[in-house]
Design a binder for this molecule. Sequence first.
Ligand code: HEM
Length: 199
Amino acid sequence: MASAGREGLRLMGQALWFASRATGLVVLLLLTATAVLGACTTMRLASPRWPRFTVAGIHRNMSLLAGVFLLVHVAGAVIDPYASIRWTDAVLPFASTYHPFWLGLGAVALDLLFAILVTSLLRLRIPARLWRTLHWASYLLFPVAVAHGLGIGGSDTRLGWVQVYVAACVLAVLLSVWWRTRASHPDTRARQAADRIGW
Ligand code: HEM
């Protein structure tokens, strides 16, 4: 009876660890899709079937979904007793005893993502400049999250297909950043001019 209980706990721990690894990869994909859709929003990409507000809405919902999957990723890693990760390790960078540096980067990515999500939800109540400055932090969040996933040396990142998957995400984000730097719209130029004179 006791050994069946122990076996049950072992299987549960294993399931949590698998869930944590799988959701880490899902978060990376959702962050990639969010970055690409963000570039589409900035580039005013739209069609009668996909109006601008739809693209912007999917961009927002994708980032919220990334937040939900990130919570599952963290919960799996913390609840599973194997690595003795505490809840505080997920928010306080470099405080963990388990891979302090690489897990710390995960905590930095989590803090940035939730700061971006909260300020975006409060966008109409905070100064536009503050929102935009924090939104630029997305460009820091992505490489930090990728470094965390690769550096912590999880079992999956050693697999060939996972390396191709991560490389494809990085390439997609790099291309969307390059594309985004070419944005030039009358309203973008007007906003930049207003920023320069401190409006
Ligand atoms: C945006 C933030 C984050 C992203 C995109 C992310 C993504 C990833 C990815 C892709 C992996 C590799 C999975 C594997 O190779 O098995 C991973 C591993 C891991 N992550 Fe995260 N992560 C994030 C934040 C966090 C945070 C805050 C924690 C804190 C608890 C955490 C804990 C872990 C652990 C413990 C592993 C290692 C799993 C193993 O050794 O198999 N991550 N993460």
